[in-house]
Design a protein. Sequence first.
Length: 256
Amino acid sequence: MPNWSNNSVAVKGKKENVLNFINEGLKNSNMEPQKDIEKAFDLLLANAKTKTSEFGWGENRKGEREDNPAEIVYSNGLTMGTFRPVPDTFLKWDTTNDHDNKLSKIKEQQKKTYGAVGWYDYQSQIHYGCKWNATLDGMELVVEDDVATVKFTCDTAWYYPEEWLRWIKQTFKVAVLIAAHEESNAYNFYGEIDYKEADYGDFSKEEGEPQEDDFDNEDDYWDALSEWQSECEEEMFSDFWNYVSDFDVADLDFDE
């Protein structure tokens, strides 16, 4: 099992730019773009889809030969792939696990066109920045005058979705703000995608951590440690949402 990154994200910018971001999700869900941001957002929540594939199992498994690609289908639900679909070639052929090199021509095409071979390398290094696609939970829209903010959370495997978030920033000219907690304490921070505003480091090095010697019962110690770590995480994410509210989109240089 991977280590998981627990992420809270805010996409904040001029209302028309955030609308373009929402409309991208509608387009990839086979729906028409909208001019009203609140209508567009409601339609996306109700109808979001993600392009995926069905490889099958055993003797019926597809995607292992050039003449037998997997079937591309659409699944209901709001994911990172709703906004940035994985190219069809990585959905049709499992070049990641092509150890017998039956898909050599497909591999060459993938490397030449996308700079990576197989869904694993492409998703983790280029497309998302993490191993798998992820569901976007608790999405909400806040509009204040000419500024709009889309908020959501997602859990991603091994790392936060850095490349996907940077793509959002560069494509739609919006601020992308993230708070990320990796479950082994490899990182705990929040800030703009290209700048850590506050790095909490390792929670276990913070003051107030329960010490095992202070407990007669080992289970009591682990319960106290877990509760303390949850409090640290909750405090960080609370600080993050205050940071999002105060963030001025004019502070970000979109011409980088």
